[in-house]
Design a protein around this ligand. Structure first.
Ligand code: NAD
Length: 368
C-alpha cells in the first residue's frame, strides 16, 4: 500500500501530523511519501499542484490531504491559487464521488446548533457528485445579452449539465453505500424546474431497478435543506449533484457541532481516494496548536475502509476517537464546561494512547 501525504497549508500541517502518528501506531504494511501542495507548493515551486506532487498522488493507492489556502493568496491569478490544487487533483485522478458522513457523537450533542434530541444519534451519509454540474459545464462567461429581460445589457452565464454515465456512476455509489447501512437513499434534485435534474431523477430511478433491496425516494433540494434542520435523522444516504451537494453537506456538517469532527472521501471508479477533513486551512487559528485533528484522524479511518481494505483498523480508530471523547477530552472548538481542553498534539496523543494503552488519556483527564 502506498499513501501520498499532502499536508498543505495553515492547520493542514498540524492536523495531518497527528493523523500520521495514528496511522503509524497501527503497524500496517504501507509506504508513505509526503509532498507540498497548495500555498506551500506555490511558494516552493511556483504552482499549487506541481508535477511532482501530482505524479506522487497518481502513483499512490490513497491520498491523505490536509487543507489548502490562505487569504494572502487571494490576489493571485485564479490558476495559481492554492484551492486550484484540490480541483486539479479531482480532475486528474477522476475523483467523482464525494462521501461525507455527518455523524453526531453522543458526547457532542450539545455542540450542535439544533436541539440535542434532533441530532442525538444522527448518522447520515451525503454523497455529492464532484466533477459535473454547473461548476464545470461549458459554455460559461460574460457577454452582451441578445434576449431576456434586458437585451443589450452585460450578463454572465453558466451551464448546468449532466450526462447519463455521470449520473449512473454516482447513483451506483449511493445504492452500494446504502446496502452497507440502513438501505435507504434519498436523491435530491430540482426536477420541478430544471431539465438537468428531471434527467437526474429519471436516471437514478432507472439505476434503482438494479437495487430492489434498497428504498429510494426523491426530494426537491429546497425541501431537503429544510428537512435537514427539521428532522435530519430521517435521512440515511442522501445523493445529489455537485452544487446542491456543496451546500447541503456544509449544512449537515453544522448539525454535528463542529466542522473539526467531519472526515470526507473523494473516490474514483476503482475506490482509490483522496481523504481529507471537511474543513479548510483555518488561517485564523493556524500555528496556535489548537485545531481539532479528529476530522483528519477519522479521514484516515475512511481511507483504511474504502481504499485500503483495512476495515478492522478503521473500526479501531473510530473506537479510539469515541474513547477519547468519552474521557472528556476536547479541543477548543468542541470544548464545554466540565470537559478538558486539550491542544492538537494532546488530542493526537490521546487517540494514540487509546489505540495502544490509554495512559495518556488518564494523565490528561487528571487535569480537571
Ligand atoms: P475553514 O474551514 O478553514 O474555517 C472556518 C472556521 O472553522 C474558522 O473559524 C476555523 O478556525 C474553524 N475551523 C476549521 N477547521 C477547524 C479545526 N480542525 N479545528 C477547529 N476549528 C476549525 O474555512 P474558511 O475560513 O472559509 O477558509 C480558510 C481557507 O481554507 C481559505 O483559503 C479557503 O479557500 C480554504 N479552504 C480549503 C479547503 C480545502 O482545502 N479542501 C476547504 C475549504 C476552505
Amino acid at each position: 500500500m502506498k499513501i501520498a501525504i499532502l499536508p498543505g497549508d495553515g492547520i493542514g500541517t498540524e492536523i495531518v501530523a497527528e493523523a500520521v502518528r495514528v496511522l503509524n501506531v497501527l503497524d500496517l504494511p504501507f509506504e508513505s511519501e509526503t509532498a507540498l501542495v497548495g500555498g506551500a507548493a506555490y511558494e516552493a515551486h511556483g504552482h499549487p499542484l506541481p508535477e511532482s506532487t501530482l505524479a506522487l498522488a497518481k502513483a499512490a493507492d490513497a491520498i491523505l490531504f490536509g487543507a489548502v489556502g490562505d487569504w494572502k493568496y487571494d490576489s493571485l491569478e485564479r490558476a495559481l491559487r492554492p484551492e486550484q490544487a484540490i480541483l486539479g487533483l479531482r480532475k486528474h485522478l477522476g475523483l467523482f464521488a464525494n462521501l461525507r458522513p455527518a455523524l453526531c457523537y453522543e458526547q457532542l450533542t450539545h455542540a450542535s446548533s439544533l436541539k440535542p434530541e434532533l441530532v442525538a444519534g444522527l448518522d447520515i451519509l451525503i454523497i455529492r457528485e464532484l466533477t459535473g454540474d454547473i461548476y464545470f459545464g461549458q459554455p460559461r462567461g460574460r457577454r452582451t445579452a441578445v434576449d431576456g429581460h434586458f437585451p443589450g445589457a452585460e450578463e454572465a452565464f453558466d451551464t448546468m449539465r449532466y450526462s447519463r454515465p455521470e449520473i449512473e456512476r454516482i447513483a451506483h455509489v449511493a445504492f452500494q453505500a446504502a446496502r452497507k447501512r440502513s438501505k435507504r437513499v434519498t436523491s435530491v434534485d430540482k426536477a420541478n424546474v430544471l431539465e438537468t435534474f428531471q434527467f437526474w431523477k429519471d436516471v437514478v430511478t432507472e439505476v434503482h431497478q438494479q437495487y430492489p433491496d434498497v428504498a429510494l425516494d426523491h426530494m426537491y433540494v429546497d425541501n431537503a435543506a429544510m428537512q435537514l434542520v427539521k428532522a435530519p435523522k430521517k435521512f440515511d444516504v442522501l445523493v445529489t449533484g455537485n452544487m446542491f451537494g456543496d451546500i447541503l453537506s456544509d449544512e449537515a456538517a453544522m448539525l454535528t457541532g463542529s466542522i473539526g469532527m467531519l472526515p470526507s472521501a473523494s473516490l474514483d471508479k476503482n475506490n482509490k481516494g483522496l481523504y481529507e477533513p471537511s474543513h479548510g486551512s483555518a488561517p485564523d487559528i493556524a500555528g496556535q496548536g489548537v485545531a481539532n485533528p479528529l476530522a483528519t484522524i477519522l479521514s484516515v479511518a475512511m481511507m483504511l475502509r474504502f481504499s485500503l481494505d483495512q476495515a478492522e483498523s478503521a473500526d479501531r480508530i473510530e473506537r479510539a476517537v469515541q474513547a477519547v471523547l468519552t474521557a472528556g477530552l476536547r479541543t477548543a472548538d468542541i470544548w464545554s464546561e466540565g470537559t478538558v481542553r486539550v491542544s492538537t498534539r494532546e488530542m493526537g496523543d490521546a487517540v494514540v494512547a487509546a489505540l495502544t494503552g490509554n495512559t495518556i488519556v488518564k494523565s490528561l483527564t487528571t487535569r480537571i
